[in-house]
Structures are given as C-alpha cells and as structure tokens.
Design a protein around this ligand. Sequence first.
Ligand SMILES: [Zn+2]
Length: 310
Amino acid sequence: MHKINILCKTSNKKLDSAEKNGTGISCGIDSFYTIKTHTNDEECPEAMKVNCLTFFNVGSHGDKGGEKARSLYMKRKENSEKFAKEFEYDFLEMDSNISDIIKLNYPMTHTYRNCAAVLAMQKYFSTYYYSSGYSIYDFKIAKESSAYYDTFIFSALSNENVTFYSTGVTKTRMEKTISVAEYAPSYKFLNICTRQFENCGICEKCIRTQLSLDAVGKLNEYKDVFNVDNYYNNRNKYYKKLLKEIHKGNIYYKEIYKYMKEHKIRIPIMIHILSFIPNKEDVKHFGKKFLQKVSSEKQYEDIIKKVHQG
Ligand SMILES: [Zn+2]
C-alpha cells in the first residue's frame, strides 16, 4: 500500500522475438490441463497453440532454496524435459537463486516469481499461459497464495513483448483431473509429490490425486507413477482422510466428494463415523485455527515460532 516511484528510462519498443507460446511443465494436473487444452485442434486455434515448455527453479522445489531444493529441481527437470522431448516441444529451463536470497514462502509469491522468470526471457515469447491453481469460484485476496487472485494481475504483468493468460481458471481441480485423465501423455509422466521426486503415494497431495483419479475410474492408467496396489489396500484409510479434510473445509476434497456422490461412489458408513474421532493432526489443525482467532497476526506468528523452536 506504499506509493512506488520508479525513476528510469522507459521504452515501449517491441523486441525482436521468437514469438513462442509457452507454459510451465511441472507435470502436475494444472500444467497437463493447460498443455492438453492448448494443443488440440478443437480447443485452440493454431496460432495460440503451446509450442514451448518451461521449467524454473524459483521456489516450487523448496521455499527457501538451498542444495536440497536444487537437487529436487534437477530430478524433476529431467522428467519434464523427457516429456518435452517425447512430444516435440521446445524446452527452456531457468535455475535461479531467488529463493536463497528472498527466503519467502513460495505459495504467497509464486505468480510473481514465475512471471519474473518469463519476463527475463521475454525475447523468446509472445504468449505465456499461467496454469491457475484455484478456480475463479474460490477467488479471494489472501496472503497465503497468489493463486487465489492471480487471474486479475496478469494484465499488469504483461508488456509489449509477452502477454500472460490465466488458464483453467473456470475449472475446478476435479474438472481438470477428469480432463487430464483422458490425456494419455500424462499416464507415465504425472508427478505431483510434495515430498520427493517420485510420487511417494502417501503425502497429502499424492493421496488427494489418487482419490480423484480413483473416483473417475482412471487410477489404473497411472500404475507407472503410483503404487496403485498400496492405494487400494489403504483406500478406507484415505476415505477417512477425505472426510476429515472436508470437516476442515478443504476445497479440493469437497470437489472430490461432490463428484463421488454424483456418481454414486459410496464411502462405508463406518468410515463416516470414524472420521469424527479426532486424531493428532486434527488437534493441531483446530488448535492453530483457534489461536488465529484469539490472537493478533504478530502474536500468532510468535507462538508458532516458539512451538517450532520446541
Ligand atoms: Zn507424495
């Protein structure tokens, strides 16, 4: 909310450009949805089709940078580059030390960081599609993630060389999952784990993605990237997690459950009952919520810091 003055020479001269249409390739649901819908003839005019995929190290591999984040970036990059090669897209990567320097939470700032990387290479692009993380129906101006509102900032980030567009913003994550599940190139490349390079199958995002692919009846197609037997053996446990997340108000799980109900996929009544018994995670979650309600932002941050310090 401060007034910013920039003193510098300005120019609106368009640079000589390779005029590529780019998008990021994390190999997750959102990026595959953008690639699928911006490469097929029914949905996208020829001149607007994606022909260049990008992969950046600007925070998604570890908020605060460092060697661990860089090593994860290198491994994930290999998967994305392999996809680009196999399906004949140009591939551009950028390894940056921005996270090591600014040391900020990534979700809060991810749109700005990724767009900055594109703008640093603006001679290469005319269009850049930014895959939305949340649907427009969940719009809010919230500190925790720029994905809630970034649809409305792309015109300010665009310039005479590159125009940013938000993609998939009218779709929910579940709708995108249904679409991607029909996109065969995703079957052996889907990579969504937040813990490690290969999908661990048991972290929050792995469980959620498997639940949604299972609901649409396509999980078996992803047997190369998920341990599907382990999922089926633990399905009731994951259903319980789904219900618990809904009690907490989690948007993504609500979408999955809505789809399951519409398609008459039933969760055993016993699992419904068990989902109301609080576990350690629930106590932590609701404890945090309570603290947020009764204390100021500063007090809350101090308490959390102290808890982390033991
Ligand atoms: Zn995982």
